[in-house]
Design a protein around this ligand. Structure first.
Ligand SMILES: N[C@@H](CCC(=O)N[C@@H](CS)C(=O)NCC(=O)O)C(=O)O
Length: 203
C-alpha cells in the first residue's frame, strides 16, 4: 500500500463521508474504497471492530472508530485545535453527534411502521430539539464551531444536519433544525466551503 485507504459503504453519507471530506480537505491523496452491501458480510469480521469506516495508512494497523480517524486527520493537517482544552471541547461535540446517531439508529431497524412512526415522532418532539439546543449553546461567533476556521467537528455537524435536511428520515420534518440559527449557519458554511464544493464537483 502506497497511499492511505478509506473503506466505507458506497454512499455519500454519515461517518464514512465525514472521513472522506476530512481527507479531501486535508489534501491527502487517498484510495476511496467503496464496499458494496453484498460484499460486507465477508469483510465485516476482518475489520477491527466489525464496522466501517476504517482508515488504512501505509505501515500502520487499520484504524477504526470515526472520531479517532477524524481527530488523527485533523491533528496531522491543521483541521483540529492545537490547544488541548479546545480540542477536547471539539471532541465532546463529536461524541454528541455519535449520541444522536445512537438515538436514531434503533428506529431505522424497526419493521413495524406504526412503532417506527411513534419512535420518530418522539425523537422529533423531544430528543432532537434538545440535542440541537446543546449544539447551539456551544457555538460562538461562528460561522464554524471554533470560530472562523473549519475543523473536523464541523464536517461531523454538517453531515448530521444534512441527514435530516435531506427529508429522507421518515416522520421527522426536514426543517427539524431550522430554528437553530448557529447550527444552520455552520451547516451552510461547510456546504459553501470551496474545498467541500470541489469534493462534490469531482467527476
Ligand atoms: N462507533 C463506530 C460505529 C461504526 C458503525 O456503526 N458503522 C456502520 C456504518 S455508519 C457500520 O459499519 N454498519 C454495518 C455493521 O455494523 O455491520 C464509529 O464511530 O465508527
Amino acid at each position: 500500500m502506497t497511499k492511505p485507504k478509506l473503506v466505507y459503504f458506497d454512499a455519500p453519507v454519515s461517518r464514512g463521508e465525514e472521513c472522506r471530506l476530512a481527507l479531501h480537505l486535508a489534501g491527502v491523496d487517498f484510495e476511496d474504497v467503496r464496499i458494496k452491501r453484498d460484499a460486507w458480510p465477508a469483510l465485516k469480521p476482518t475489520t477491527p471492530f466489525g464496522a466501517v469506516p476504517v482508515l488504512e495508512m501505509p505501515g500502520r494497523a487499520p484504524l477504526a472508530q470515526t472520531n479517532a480517524i477524524l481527530v488523527l486527520i485533523g491533528r496531522q493537517h491543521a483541521l483540529h485545535p492545537k490547544d488541548d482544552f479546545e480540542a477536547a471541547r471539539h471532541e465532546a461535540m463529536m461524541c454528541h453527534v455519535e449520541d444522536l446517531r445512537a438515538a436514531v439508529t434503533p428506529s431505522m431497524r424497526m419493521t413495524d411502521e406504526a412503532a417506527k412512526k411513534a419512535a420518530r415522532e418522539q425523537l422529533a418532539s423531544a430528543y432532537l430539539p434538545t440535542w440541537a439546543d446543546g449544539v447551539e449553546r456551544q457555538i460562538g461567533e461562528g460561522p464554524f464551531f471554533g470560530g472562523a476556521a473549519l475543523n473536523v467537528v464541523d464536517l461531523k455537524l454538517h453531515l448530521a444536519v444534512r441527514w435530516f435536511a435531506s427529508g429522507n428520515v421518515d416522520h421527522i420534518p426536514s426543517t427539524i433544525f431550522a430554528g437553530f440559527p448557529k447550527l444552520t449557519r455552520l451547516h451552510d458554511a461547510v456546504r459553501d466551503d470551496a474545498r467541500v464544493k470541489s469534493w462534490y464537483a469531482r467527476a
